[in-house]
Design a protein around this ligand. Structure first.
Ligand code: 3PG
Length: 214
């Protein structure tokens, strides 16, 4: 899958909802209920971060939840890409981008949202064909103002920012033309996931799904 094809797929996934939940799952037995609650609330695209031993099993389970589109986040190495693909991930997300990671995603046919923040990083990925990129860590890298500024000289790249975004500041991002959607963990608070409080999570998802976009 070429970078251009990956970006087409990434744009389709970003179009599904204004927010992609960023999920840290400690207990795979919570995966199905969590995915069902988020999808029911209107957030079908889900990013499961590969930061816990339960993450790959959670992806396997969530891939079977109707209406969900499950991706793997925190892809750092080619081995992560292989494992994510094998677990059933439909897309991948990386905080940055290395040549070996990009090659692995092309080889494994996994649509990647590669991370960048500086003009040079964004241009480097654009040169390879990635027109949809993750902007991470968003808030500490200049936030919405930085993405707006990048849109001046590089309007052909569109972003999914993540890192430090919440209901308080998400509106600043979603009003920009070069932002497709935002990622955030606030829709799945750790205590609600641990206690299986799916009502709370569905309500948070519903509020996030209703956010207006540019
Ligand atoms: C992450 O990789 O942790 C994401 O960027 C989510 O960040 P957040 O927890 O600040 O939403």
């Amino acid at each position: 899958m070429t970078p251009a094809q990956q970006s087409v797929k990434a744009a389709e996934i970003c179009a599904l909802a204004p927010i992609v939940p960023v999920l840290v799952i400690d207990d795979a037995s919570r995966a199905e209920g969590l995915a069902r609650a988020l999808v029911a609330g209107g957030l079908p695209a889900l990013e499961v971060t590969l930061r816990t031993p339960a993450a790959l099993e959670a992806i396997r389970i969530m891939a079977g939840v109707e209406g969900g589109v499950v991706g793997a986040g925190t892809l750092l190495t080619p081995a992560d890409v292989k494992a994510a693909k094998k677990a059933g991930a439909h897309f991948g997300v990386s905080p940055g981008a290395t040549d070996s990671l990009l090659k692995a995603c092309e080889d494994e046919e996994l649509a990647l949202l590669p991370g960048a923040v500086t003009a040079t990083e964004v241009m480097g990925l654009l040169e390879k064909g990635y027109t949809v990129q993750k902007f991470f860590p968003a808030e500490t890298s200049g936030g919405a103002a930085a993405i707006k500024a990048l849109g001046g000289p590089i309007p052909q790249v569109r972003f999914c920012p993540t890192g430090g975004i919440s209901m308080k500041n998400v509106g600043d991002y979603l009003k920009l033309k070069n932002i497709l959607c935002c990622g955030g963990s606030w829709v799945a608070p750790a205590d609600a996931v641990a206690s299986g409080d799916w009502q709370t999570i569905e309500a948070l998802a519903r509020d996030a799904a209703a956010l207006p976009r540019a």
